[in-house]
Design a binder for this molecule. Structure first.
Ligand code: F6P
Length: 551
């Protein structure tokens, strides 16, 4: 759908057809040769934004490819969509909502539906600041008069992944007196495991749920409350131990959370885009409001870049279009996220929700079925761990898996040469994927190791790396609140760019509803002694087996 509301089927656009045609010649692209032919390839195909460098020269693209991809973006009205995003148009059509996560980090006023949302944001931020300062300074206390030492965030999906990732990534900025914990899974093992290490007198819970109706979060919050009341002796004594981040203030109040400790988010912030809102409270408690504001400022830097930079030099636009190139023209069904930074260990999980919940759609905004691929499966792990687990497939498997390598020039942890070892592996992996190793190179290496001739012949096929496998490398000067904010906003906007090309709504998630409804129906069935027969044979069989073996 174009920004003005007129739809034009994507696969019938001249730009799409031109890319299909171009893809036929791309089958002959050899990255080794492209680098040999053009020593300036890195300079041409890399971008800088603040302290972030994006190298996309190891992609199966030429200047022509980029021109055609940019034409596609133009024919999907991308600049107009970017404008609509930032100005608060209701681009989340199925829910008739704006998607204004950018307003959570923007300094200026913005009126939506007659309300200046910037004032609402500023008020919540200043309440968060007072609360964080009081907790961190030991002024806000638990039932026995002791200062809080532990914060437990209870939330799931967007109410967990962003804060958990950022809290771990920014651990060097954490307040040493306050430990943070994240409980998301309804499996009792998660909450029980965390509670076992905590003292109720000094534990603060933040119940994070945009809707305040999420089954898992409410079940965990109720059990946490029971645990606290049992130790504190009364419901009233437990009250100071609970805060909430939600857009459903009434439900949080009904749960028993003091109005002073309820921090509002809004309908126009999607769960997976909510780190910058009150959902960031556990992070703000841990790193302090100053650092939390730097994180927001970094995201705003990227917002400004995305909004004001021409498409050909625009990082999220280029990243988004490269993803389209592989998903739609090479048939790549996956995308690897490979942070060479233990602090970014949770980035693949976070991006899984961001990308797959946003763009894992099979109908366009106007409800027509798509006849092309949308979001790839996102997976990954911190390097170098992943190298010893799944990189074999990346190098010699039969599928094309575009990869994002992410590393930092400076480490917070200066321990011997660990950082050089880590980064040498990052550089080596992207080089190996790109160059591969020919049969002759493999043989030469074995010869240099004095292997017997017959072994060399037998081993040669196993030593071949096809190469020509594309990757992006993102280098960050140092992992700080501001650079982390910019990195996460980069991915948010990349996802938006792709949603515009695919014509899907990046801000709804109807696909998670059905399972929730069915679980609601099955739960009471598990409580009875009688076998069930209302489902299909498999589901009946599984439920009945569970019931028979429950005790
Ligand atoms: O079930 C999906 C989802 O709605 C996500 O989009 C969201 O981040 C998560 O559940 C948690 O929702 P809530 O913050 O409302 O508890």
């Amino acid at each position: 759908m174009s920004a003005s509301g007129k739809s034009a089927p994507l696969t019938r656009l001249p730009a799409w057809r031109a890319l299909q045609e171009h893809h036929r010649s791309a089958a002959g692209f050899r990255l080794r040769e492209l680098f040999e032919q053009d020593p300036a390839r890195f300079d041409k195909f890399s971008l800088r934004c603040g302290d972030i460098l994006l190298d996309y020269s190891k992609h199966l693209v030429t200047a022509d490819t980029l021109r055609l991809l940019l034409e596609l973006a133009h024919s999907r009205d991308l600049p107009a969509w970017i404008n609509r995003l930032f100005s608060g148009d209701k681009i989340n059509l199925s829910e008739n909502r704006s998607a204004l996560h950018t307003a959570l980090r923007a300094p200026g006023p913005l009126v939506v539906d007659g309300t200046d949302i910037a004032t609402d944001v500023a008020q919540t931020l200043s309440r968060m600041r007072r609360f964080c300062d009081a907790v961190r300074g030991g002024k806000r206390k638990g039932f026995s008069g002791r200062a809080f030492t532990d914060v437990v965030n209870i939330g799931i999906g967007g109410s967990d992944l962003g804060p958990a990732l950022a809290t771990e990534a920014l651990a060097p900025y954490a307040c040493p007196q306050l430990q943070s914990h994240f409980v998301s899974n309804v499996d009792a093992a998660h909450l029980a495991g965390v509670l076992a290490r905590l003292n109720p007198e000094t534990t603060l819970f933040v119940v994070a749920s945009k809707t305040f109706t999420t089954l898992e979060t409410l079940a965990n919050a109720r059990s946490a409350r029971d645990w606290l009341i049992a130790k504190a002796g009364s419901t009233a004594a437990a009250v100071p131990h609970f805060a909430a981040a939600t857009s459903n203030v009434a439900a949080a109040r009904e749960f028993g959370i003091d109005a002073e400790q309820v921090f509002e988010t809004w309908d126009w912030v999607g769960g997976r885009y909510s780190l910058w809102s009150a959902v960031g409270l556990p992070l703000a408690l841990t790193i302090g409001m100053e650092h939390f504001n730097q994180l927001r400022a970094g995201a705003h830097d990227m917002d400004a870049h995305f909004r004001n930079t021409p498409p050909e030099r625009n990082m999220p636009v280029i990243m988004g279009l490269l993803g389209i190139w592989y998903a739609n023209f090479f048939g790549a069904a996956t995308q690897a996220i490979l942070p060479y930074d233990q602090s970014l260990r949770l980035l693949p999980d976070y991006l899984q929700q961001l990308e797959m919940e946003s763009n894992g759609k099979c109908v366009t905004q106007d409800g027509s079925a798509v006849d092309y691929a949308t979001a790839p499966v996102i997976f990954g792990a911190a390097g170098t761990n992943g190298q010893h687990a799944f990189y074999q497939l990346l190098h010699q498997g039969t599928q094309l898996v575009p990869a994002d390598f992410i590393g930092c020039c400076q480490s917070h942890y200066n321990l011997g040469s660990h950082h050089e070892i880590l980064l040498s592996n990052l550089f080596a992996q992207s080089e190996a994927l790109m160059r591969g190793r020919t049969r002759d190179e493999g043989k030469a290496q074995m010869q240099s190791q004095d292997m017997p001739q017959q072994d060399i012949a037998r081993m040669a096929p196993h030593r071949v790396f096809p190469g020509n496998r594309p990757s992006t490398t993102i280098l960050i000067r140092k992992l700080e609140p501001r650079t982390l904010g910019a990195l996460l906003a980069l991915y948010e906007h990349k996802v938006f760019v792709q949603s515009v090309i695919w014509g899907v709504n990046a801000f709804d998630q109807w696909g998670v509803e059905l399972g929730k409804q069915l679980a609601g129906r099955i739960l009471p069935e598990l409580a009875t002694g009688t076998p069930v027969s209302a489902h299909d044979a498999s589901t009946n069989g599984l439920i009945n087996y569970f019931k028979a073996n429950r005790h």
